[in-house]
Design a protein. Structure first.
Length: 93
């Protein structure tokens, strides 16, 4: 919670610390959804941008910080899957 709160106050060190602490776990989580290294990296980067911009919206009473972080990554990964599906639709016979 303290790291997210510090991010909401514009603390760059808190974001860097959060990244170092959570990026490996969140990257694996994204990869398990996407099964693609490049897309997982993109989702992780986009997720941390969102975390930085929306850290003020985190509410401790709604869940643990890691749950909030994983929700952001999950939503980004699902959005990426949908975009990939639209970009390369299956051929129908």
């Amino acid at each position: 919670m303290a790291l997210i709160e510090a991010c909401s106050l514009g603390d760059n060190f808190a974001l860097e610390t959060s990244y170092k602490k959570f990026a490996p776990l969140l990257h694996r989580y994204a990869f398990n959804i996407l099964r693609n290294e490049a897309l997982s990296n993109e989702v992780l980067q986009d997720s941390f941008i969102q975390i930085w911009k929306q850290s003020h919206s985190y509410r401790v009473e709604q869940g643990k910080p890691l749950t909030w972080l994983r929700t952001i990554v999950r939503n980004k990964a699902i959005d990426m899957l949908r975009a990939e599906k639209k970009a390369s639709p299956s051929l129908s016979i």
